[in-house]
Write a protein that binds this ligand. Sequence first.
Ligand code: KG4
Ligand code: ZN
Length: 335
Amino acid sequence: MLILGIESSCDETAAAVISDSGHILSNVVLSQIDVHRPYGGVVPEIASRKHMEWIIPVIREGLRSAGVSARELDGIAVTQGPGLVGSLLVGLEVAKGMAYGLGLPLAGVHHLAAHIAAAYLEHPQLSPPFLALVVSGGHTALYHVLAEDRFQLLGQTRDDAAGEAYDKVAKLLGLGYPGGPAIEQVALSGDPHAIAFPRGLTKGSNMEFSFSGLKTAVFFHLRHRCLPPIGHQTLADLSASFQEAVIDVLVAKSRLAAHKCRVKRLAVTGGVACNRRLRERMLAMGKEEGWDVFFPSPSLCTDNAAMVARAALPWLRRKDRHWDLGMNARSRWPL
Ligand code: KG4
Ligand code: ZN
């Protein structure tokens, strides 16, 4: 069985072909980062227009590099939501057209289920139940994954997502967009304990997150404690201390959640899971507790279509599946 995955929920136009064993035959991602960089963040109208321009060439390239023709496909999986509605619609309508024209089943995939499914692609030994921490630009959430298509939400952010906090703090510090990789780089030469930034919602056994207070704390520190011009070491200490505060919370909440759910396997996914300090700290926790911690490779942590195709596998394998070419994009969609 060969599945075409299509992703266009934010600022990456992506197509991939995988087999039903989860083998990746192609994984093409065209990022719009350079297009949005001058604006310091994703501009939704520009994002959907770029998706329109790029989606067909990206799908063609996905098929070509897999050495597969559209006629050989057995199913199509597309991100149905959540995300930017104009962007989602581009991928969804192209997927519907292809599914109708080729007579193929079409799966509408939840973007967070796809980020979680990314963990299976390179780790066939990972199977539910396990704990998933999804940390991206739009989401920060902990799930108890009960089956490949059954998720129990344990807690999510009340305000900013972790990636969003990285992006906003990087903007405050003048480090550019996207903020995650920029802060990670500058933080390498900083002291993570230089400034005691707040760790949101860490009292008690709360599994929710809050990062907006941390962002505000960085803003006030910069305004009242740092005299311009801000030197490299100050910037490095600020970045490292901010990063440590985010990671402390992510590690502490994951530990708490894994104990509560009595799981011994954790998967960390989404763009922020590219972060090397987060990886180190999560792996150290795993070692301490005797848990296995899984990360997708960085290229599968950020938005891609292989994870979308992988998330649709349980549904595509089912004989009683039914699908709806009238399905609509869902900009908000709880998992
Ligand atoms: O999963 P993703 O590609 O898109 C969403 O679904 O949001 O995640 C993008 C987010 C951005 O906020 C970006 O700053 C963050 O992931 N990110 C990182 C790193 N690489 C990307 N955050 C921290 N450290 C990184 N190395
Ligand atoms: Zn994402």
